[in-house]
Design a binder for this molecule. Structure first.
Ligand code: FES
Length: 117
């Protein structure tokens, strides 16, 4: 260990697992979703399809309800006023009262992990 590493260790600042890591690539199958939290505590949901990964913050853009993914309908639906969003079309609103899509969360695959970018 380097002197800097020892100093960092003593100060409790040793490097930990990257905070950008969401899930190991081999822990999410094609067609599956994986819930996670953003650094600000906001809930988010990761999707894996045949073509790759994408993710959204899952707080409803209407008045802040927590949307839930219904795989049979392929929609994220808010239980407060029933707005629905299509995660396969950039989080677009399918039914209101929401008017704005769910915010996308940028992700990528890096060194065997799905990570935030
Ligand atoms: S808060 Fe989600 S539809 Fe109103």
């Amino acid at each position: 260990m380097t002197l800097a590493g020892i100093a960092a260790s003593l100060m409790g600042t040793t490097a930990q697992a990257s905070p950008n890591r969401i899930v190991r690539l081999n822990k999410i199958k094609v067609g599956a979703t994986f819930p996670f939290q953003l650094a600000n505590g906001a809930p988010a949901l990761l999707f894996r399809t045949k073509t790759g990964f994408f993710a959204y913050q899952t707080i409803c853009t209407h008045q802040g309800g927590l949307t839930k993914y219904f795989s049979a309908k392929k929609l994220l639906i808010c239980p407060i006023h029933n707005a629905s969003f299509n995660p396969f079309k950039k989080g677009a609103v399918v039914t209101g009262p929401a008017t704005n899509p769910l915010p996308t969360v940028k992700v990528a695959v890096k060194s065997g992990w799905v990570v935030l970018i």
